[in-house]
Write a protein that binds this ligand. Structure first.
Ligand SMILES: Cc1cc2nc3c(=O)[nH]c(=O)nc-3n(C[C@H](O)[C@H](O)[C@H](O)COP(=O)(O)OP(=O)(O)OC[C@H]3O[C@@H](n4cnc5c(N)ncnc54)[C@H](O)[C@@H]3O)c2cc1C
Length: 386
């Protein structure tokens, strides 16, 4: 029996992030997404593999990529052709800002620029649909990617979900959707979409805009269950977990986790600062994230993160850091600032770097140590398969 290359090379070495582009690219439909025992979504064999290797070509953790698309630098040269500047730590870019959307700030996780950009992409006719993350009705799956085409639907998809999601279901609809699509994703998902665009040329026009979510690591399903247990809720009773409940009277970092205990229909919350350092320790984080060096979502048209630096972090209402990487993205931000829909200021490069310093330390400075320490076996294994 043929084993799909992505399973052999990536999934079996615990380097899969669950984006599902391999499922989309497989011509024989031999893969499907399933939950693994650690609370992550991964592809598994569900049909007969024809061994053509398409699955590996679109994988963001493919250790043997084609030379033309081997890193974010090559892909950036192909897809971000209008960006005038380049920095080794953040890739190609137009400009860097900090700020918020005056309309969406309070209903979003940081400054609401994510939701703002999507509403503008729809209202300006740049895209017809958005693939973003909404509440799921599937048992055990609290959030999932879904298709939106109105402002009301986009509002349901606001806020950060520290929960595993996969593009599997929305990508399976892509050919039947008549129109253009914008997709939001963390760095590895955005890279997978770029690799799919490289492989299937029509996807470039079909997906003209990507919103990158700056990511410090993808958490397992157990993260939400652990936080619910700390709030006094058993995992089977957890409903609608909310990962970033703001405290307007406090600092931006002083947010809470909350969810409904469906056994008594009561909402419970817990301040995140009471459960310890969930980010610096890397608890509940996917192993693949320890082998990713794309801190700022280098291949998106616009990258959005939290402004974890003063004075912005003192404001519990939330503020974004913003990196524009295409003319259209930069124009949306500039126009929003001029017409008063956004409150934006230019952020010096060094200050932006400082806002993600922890992630740069871990994923740029620390990566070579992890590769040397953890990967000799993996590298030997992979060399044999090559
Ligand atoms: C797993 C994860 C880790 C993060 N780590 C960092 C970090 O280390 N540093 C940092 O500065 N920022 C980080 N962020 C980003 C930050 O939390 C905000 O999502 C970002 O600043 C955008 O805020 P906003 O108010 O503009 O977005 P909103 O207006 O609230 O919109 C958020 C958008 O993100 C989408 N979304 C929500 N969850 C996911 C998901 N899991 N995968 C893909 N899309 C999703 C929503 O559907 C929506 O379109 C992380 C986000 C995630 C999901």
């Amino acid at each position: 029996m043929n084993i799909p290359k992505v399973l052999d090379t990536v999934v079996n070495n615990d380097l899969c992030i669950g984006c599902c582009l391999c499922v989309y690219a497989c011509p024989s439909k031999a893969l499907k997404m399933e939950w693994n025992e650690y609370g992550f979504l991964i592809p598994t064999l569900s049909g007969t593999c024809d061994s053509n290797g398409d699955c590996l070509q679109v994988c963001p953790f493919n250790p043997f990529p084609e030379k033309e698309v081997s890193t974010e630098n090559e892909l950036g040269d192909i897809y971000l052709t209008t960006a005038p500047s380049h920095h080794p730590q953040i890739g190609k870019y137009n400009a860097i800002y900090a700020g918020h959307s005056n309309e969406f700030r309070l209903t979003s996780s940081s400054g609401g620029i994510g939701t703002y950009i999507f509403t503008k992409l729809l209202s300006n006719g740049i895209v017809d649909y958005v693939f973003s993350v909404k509440e799921s009705t599937k048992p055990g799956s609290h959030y999932e990617y879904a298709v939106s085409s109105s402002k009301e639907e986009l509002l349901q998809a606001s806020k950060t979900r520290y929960f595993p999601v996969t593009l599997s279901e929305v990508m399976s609809k892509i050919k039947s959707l008549d129109g253009r699509i914008a997709i939001v994703g963390v760095a590895c998902f955005i890279k997978a979409v770029r690799l799919a665009q490289y492989k299937e040329l029509t996807l470039k026009a079909k997906i003209p805009f990507l919103v990158g979510i700056i990511c410090g690591g993808v958490k397992s399903k157990s993260f939400a269950e652990y936080l619910a247990s700390k709030a006094g809720i058993e995992k089977q009773n957890m409903q609608t977990p909310q990962f970033r409940i703001k405290d307007y009277e406090s600092t931006a970092g002083d947010y809470s986790f909350g969810c409904i205990d469906k056994s008594i229909n009561e909402k419970k919350t817990i301040k995140m600062r009471t459960v310890g350092d969930m980010w610096g320790t890397g608890l509940f984080k996917a192993n693949a994230c320890d082998f990713c060096d794309d801190v700022t979502t280098e291949l998106a048209d616009i990258s959005l993160g939290d402004a974890w630096l003063p004075p912005y972090n003192k404001d519990g209402k939330g503020t974004n850091v913003i990196v524009t990487r295409s003319t259209i993205a930069d124009k949306l931000i500039q126009d929003g600032n001029e017409n008063g829909e956004l409150t934006i200021e230019t952020l010096p490069l060094e200050r932006f770097l400082a806002s993600q310093q922890g992630s740069f330390n871990h994923r740029h400075t620390g990566l070579s140590v992890r590769i040397k320490k953890n990967n000799p076996y993996l590298l030997k294994d992979l060399a044999m398969q090559k």
